[in-house]
Write a protein that binds this ligand. Structure first.
Ligand code: NAD
Length: 461
């Protein structure tokens, strides 16, 4: 549901006023519904000569039933278009523009990237998707190639600020040898599931991906744990993972027991009442998951609290309790799940960070410390867990429409909502969809990433 300003801005008098006064003009976003097509129009594939991904992009689009066109003969060759009349006519509107920049090895060659989007960006349809694929600077062979690879970030983040009408733009760095591991990420970023994700840089490495037989239910047969699942974002994560086929173990404190049972019953999952900071929480969690479910495949560390106070006024309790819930409990639970072997091979760990953990926030030194610590957790654990084919990533939500944000004073709320490229707040389901992508068996190469779900908030990029 759109907020009141978004509804007003979409009405005929609202449209007039918004234009006259130069106000933000948010579009109610196209969000995913089961059975929805990947794209609601054709895609255009472009790329620099010598790129290694155009063929894979064409295959993924074709497998997903999407129509696609190519921009230049060398892309047509890479995409193995044999005789089909699928060249861009310079006029068609596209639901997605995908550019393979892996062939770019000097700053001079970035001109090809500019030229492709110069000629096509105005034809990107509402809710369109702009995706640039590149080689990460660290994986590029020579100094000029590293420079050009890093330059892609500035381009993509700017394009994300230029696309309009609910469209988004992202950069995906694909490691050499990881070409076959991009399907899950491409599908997520192209689809309406990524409605509130924009201006992000995703890194895909060579991690082992499992095949997905049914893209509507990629988590079929998997067991997922979601902490803090009785309400808010956690409830939405539990619903989304269940929709994608997982059996979800919904965890929350005993005081939230009734709401927790309601959520678990509604989604066909089960519930576990546990305070994650209790001294015996790790053993009790491991015992529950191994005895009842034989282990766990997806762990979502969502439970979290705020205890806002400026540093000078903050009490020891406000610091200690928050840190214990938001950070230390996650470390302890994760260690226990790994040591006991309860987290299975190809496991997925996703933690909730926050935009404020990246940018900092007055009155939230405790919260921002814990949420930046989550990013540290992800970055430190990713290489260690890679040996076990387990991935670990974080999502950092920005302004999300929840009970918490509804209680903010109106001026703070309006500022929080509009200060991003999509000029609106996100929904809990936007965070949940991002987590579902990271939890997917197809995301084996995605690890150590922190993905912002904030409509490209202007703060802390
Ligand atoms: P919420 O307060 O609605 O839900 C948090 C849940 O965690 C509650 O059900 C609570 O009972 C549970 N919980 C708290 N302490 C616990 C404990 N010791 N053991 C077990 N469960 C416990 O919050 P939300 O807005 O849904 O946020 C969910 C997560 O997303 C949090 O980590 C939060 O920091 C993060 N986040 C939220 C926003 C936002 O805009 N709402 C933005 C950025 C990050």
């Amino acid at each position: 549901m759109a907020d009141r300003y978004t509804q007003f801005a979409g009405s005929p008098p609202g449209k007039f006023l918004v234009k006259q006064l130069g106000l933000p003009s948010p579009k109610e976003l196209r969000r995913y519904e089961p059975g929805q097509d990947l794209l609601d129009g054709p895609a255009l594939i472009g790329g620099a000569p010598g790129g290694r991904l155009a063929g894979t992009v064409a295959r993924v689009l074709g497998d997903a039933g999407a129509e696609w066109f190519v921009h230049s003969p060398h892309v047509a060759k890479a995409a193995k278009v044999r005789g089909a009349k699928r060249n861009d006519d310079g006029e068609r509107r596209y639901a997605a523009l995908v550019y393979d920049a892996t062939g770019i090895t000097t700053s001079g060659e970035l001109h090809d990237l500019y030229a492709f989007f110069h000629g096509s960006i105005a034809r990107l349809a509402p809710f369109g998707r702009l995706i640039v694929l590149g080689t990460a600077p660290a994986d590029a062979a020579a100094v000029p190639a590293k420079i050009a690879a890093r330059a892609l970030e500035g381009f993509t983040r700017s394009a994300a600020k230029e696309v309009r009408a609910g469209a988004t733009a992202q950069l995906v760095y694909v490691a050499p040898g990881a070409e076959d591991g991009i399907e899950g990420t491409l599908r997520f970023l192209l689809s309406a599931r990524s409605a509130f994700v924009s201006g992000q840089v995703v890194r895909i490495g060579q991690g082992a991906t499992e095949g997905v037989a049914d893209w509507e239910h990629p988590l079929a047969g998997k067991v997922a744990l979601v902490t803090g699942a009785s309400r808010g974002i956690g409830e939405s994560i539990a619903e989304t993972l269940a929709r994608d086929g997982a059996h979800v173990v919904c965890l929350d404190i005993p005081a939230a027991g009734e709401a927790l049972t309601t959520v678990a019953n509604r989604i066909g999952g089960s519930s576990l009442q546990l305070d994650i900071t209790a001294p015996d929480a790790p053993e009790r969690l491991v015992a529950h998951l191994t005895e009842r479910h034989g282990g766990v495949d997806v762990v979502v560390h969502n439970a979290g609290v705020t205890k806002d106070r400026t540093l000078a006024r903050m009490t020891d309790e406000q610091w200690d309790v928050l840190m214990a819930i938001n950070l230390t409990a996650q470390e302890r639970l994760t260690d226990a799940l790994l040591e006991s072997g309860a987290l299975r091979e190809h496991g997925r760990i996703v933690s909730l960070s926050s935009m404020n953990g990246i940018a900092g926030q007055k009155g939230q030194a405790n919260y921002a410390t814990s949420k930046a610590g989550i990013i540290g957790f992800v970055e430190a654990m990713a290489p260690v867990l890679a040996e076990r084919n387990v991935t670990v990533n974080a999502v950092a939500p920005g302004f999300i429409e929840t009970q918490m944000t509804a209680a903010m004073p109106i001026a703070t709320r309006e500022a929080g909502r509009r200060m991003n490229s999509l000029s609106q707040g996100g929904l809990p389901r936007d965070v949940a969809e991002t987590i579902a992508w990271l939890a997917s068996p197809a995301s084996g190469g995605v690890t150590g990433n922190t993905i912002r779900v904030d409509g490209q908030h202007l703060v802390g990029a």
